[in-house]
Design a protein around this ligand. Structure first.
Ligand SMILES: [Zn+2]
Length: 265
């Protein structure tokens, strides 16, 4: 509803500009140029203006890459756009102080730290689940926040099972998991047997997330065609909150978080 209101509002503004130009100003005068510049900032302006807008965005963007301290740990782990991967690690003792259990369906009843996500992501995630449900989709939250210590135990178990090298392909070492940031939530659906597998990406739920998660400020963090950039296998189930603005930008430009910061190898 909000989007429609905004569209109507911007259409009115443009109509207003054009009317003023048509009735009051000679088309050759300098006013015309000013109006065109204003319209260039409008998403619904013509093709030429749209490409100009994109160029401006690229110049403006130059998002500053996250900083690491002398231990190679992120200096701002609490940033909503924090980049976490094998190179950009969360500090060992970092635990978000605003972890909250969102009001969304989980396939288990008991209390567990993994039900939590950070406060800024709570409402957006609830809205995403609500809208999916209205579309007749059945999403379930499987696993969110995970402490450094728990990640350490999980990686150790995986390494004991498959060897460290293989475990490193699918399992993050402590400090390298977005789940420690409290900004990630793994989700699945009955259509994928509530499992975290590639097949989830083929389900109506997985497809819907791919096309819509950005509208709520989330990205599919590990896309199928970007495994060489993210360093992680395809994970259609792993949602990461980055905020609406960053998510829209990354969706529009088909970027991973690494590309967003320009730090991909
Ligand atoms: Zn995950």
């Amino acid at each position: 509803m909000k989007n429609i209101t905004m569209l109507v509002a911007s259409a009115l503004i443009i109509t207003g500009c054009s009317s003023n130009t048509d009735f009051n100003e000679d088309k050759q005068n300098t006013e015309e140029e000013e109006v065109t510049e204003e319209e260039a900032a409008e998403p619904v302006a013509g093709d030429e203006n749209e490409s100009r807008e994109k160029e401006e965005d690229t110049e403006e963007q130059a998002v500053e890459a996250p900083q690491l301290n002398e231990k190679g740990e992120l200096t701002k782990p609490e940033s909503e756009q924090v980049l976490v991967n094998r190179e950009y690690r969360l500090p060992e003792g970092y635990e978000p102080d605003d972890l909250t259990v969102p009001d969304i369906p989980f396939p288990f009843e008991e209390d567990h730290p993994k039900k939590q996500i950070r406060e800024p992501a709570v409402k957006p995630l609830e809205e995403l689940f609500d809208e999916a449900s209205e579309e007749g989709l059945q999403l379930y939250a499987i696993s969110g926040y995970r402490s450094y210590d728990r990640q350490e135990a999980i990686f150790a178990a995986n390494a004991a099972e498959d060897g460290e090298e293989e475990a490193n392909q699918y399992s993050a070492k402590p400090g390298q998991s977005e789940h420690q940031s409290g900004l990630a939530m793994d989700v699945s659906s009955p259509s994928a047997d509530l499992a975290l597998t590639d097949e989830f990406g083929e389900t109506p739920e997985g497809q819907w997330l791919k096309d819509n998660a950005h509208r709520f400020g989330f990205i599919i963090r590990y896309p199928e065609d970007k495994t060489d950039i993210t360093g992680f296998q395809y994970e259609p189930w792993h949602l990461r909150y980055v905020g609406k603005e960053a998510a829209e930008t990354m969706h529009e430009k088909d970027q991973t978080l690494e590309e967003y910061y320009g730090v991909e190898e």
